[in-house]
Ligand binder design. Structure first.
Ligand SMILES: *[C@@H]1O[C@H](CO)[C@@H](O)[C@H](O)[C@H]1NC(C)=O
Ligand SMILES: *[C@@H]1O[C@H](CO)[C@@H](O)[C@H](O)[C@H]1NC(C)=O
Length: 296
């Protein structure tokens, strides 16, 4: 009796773990390798991107999206990852493109990774923030998400918000809301700038450098590649008249909850190491979108 219950328990547990981690089936539905196909490896439920002295690698979503939430679980390059960058981002096409970036800057063995986030609107970026993490991102998978709606873009790590770009169009700050975006990830050599300002170079004797992915999820409004921009904006906006309501347009999604605001404050107080908003050497005039009252 007990052992039977135990078996059922173990079975359910194993099932839950498999479902919880997502699968490479999701990968093939949503994504495809985009360059250096011989540096992209499938291993069961996992996908690996490899960087060596010949090449990095990348993958891209098959479709473009407007609004919603994209999540990937990543286990970053272990050991000596100095000089390497693993990126997970969304981007539209063209010279006035929008882009939301997570860039994981590697480090020498035992030294902390930095997570750089950036936001491009209408082709203009220069909105870098850098922080370290409250865990070792090379020891296990962690989920990294981008939530995007008409009110805000939120970067989340294990569901904890680490950055918010709110819609401040009322102040004349541009907000990305009319270009469909693809979802991308890649690994490449960036030892001219990534680690300790470019002082530490990639040690190729430690290659290959491998980042591992699982749990691919895109819960967003898909934009057929052939449709016109206005059509996409219309299709991907909730409309009372047309009886269309997207979850990301619910009032609760228009700003962080009180709990999330507290989490964000904690992250910034304890883990933020660089913020363009407070870099007066680069920006003698504080950028419009930076909040003067509470700086973050
Ligand atoms: C890459 O590294 C391998 C092994 O260390 C070496 O044999 C090869 O010449 C290198 N190739 C290039 C393009 O540097
Ligand atoms: C690497 O480690 C050094 C020393 O702890 C730290 O100053 C730096 O911010 C870390 N991250 C990167 C990407 O350089």
């Amino acid at each position: 009796m007990a052992s039977c219950a135990m078996k059922i328990f173990i079975f359910c547990f194993a099932f839950a773990v498999l479902v919880g981690l997502g699968s490479s089936r999701n990968f093939e539905e949503l994504f495809q390798p985009s360059w250096a196909l011989d540096h992209v490896m499938f291993e069961g439920e996992q996908l690996k991107l490899k960087l060596d002295n010949y090449s990095g690698a990348g993958f891209a979503s098959k479709s473009k999206y407007m609004f919603g939430k994209t999540t990937i679980q990543i286990k970053l390059v272990e050991g000596d990852s100095a000089g390497t960058v693993t990126a997970f981002y969304m981007s539209s096409d063209g010279s006035n493109h929008n882009e939301f970036d997570f860039e994981f800057l590697g480090n020498t063995t035992g030294e902390p990774y930095l997570v750089q986030t950036n936001i491009y609107v209408n082709g203009v970026g220069n909105r870098e923030q850098r922080m370290n993490l409250w865990f070792d991102p090379t020891a296990d998978f962690h989920s990294y998400s981008i939530l995007w709606n008409q009110r805000q873009v939120v970067f989340l790590v294990d569901e904890t918000p680490i950055r918010v770009y709110s819609n401040k169009e009322f102040k004349g700050v541009p907000f990305p809301k009319d270009q469909p975006m693809g979802v991308y990830s890649s690994i490449w050599n960036a030892d001219d700038w990534a680690t300790q300002g470019g002082r530490v170079k990639t040690d190729w004797s430690h290659s290959p450098f491998i980042s591992t992915y699982t749990g691919f999820d895109i819960n967003a409004c898909e934009c057929p590649l052939a449709s016109a921009p206005e059509e996409n904006s219309k299709r991907c906006s909730s409309s009372l008249a047309e009886g269309r309501k997207y979850w990301w347009d619910e009032p609760v999604m228009s700003e962080l909850s009180l709990h999330q605001s507290h989490q964000l404050k904690w992250v910034h107080a304890n883990h933020l190491v660089y913020d363009y908003c407070t870099d007066s050497a680069r920006f003698p005039v504080v950028p419009l979108e930076c909040d003067h009252h509470h700086r973050f």
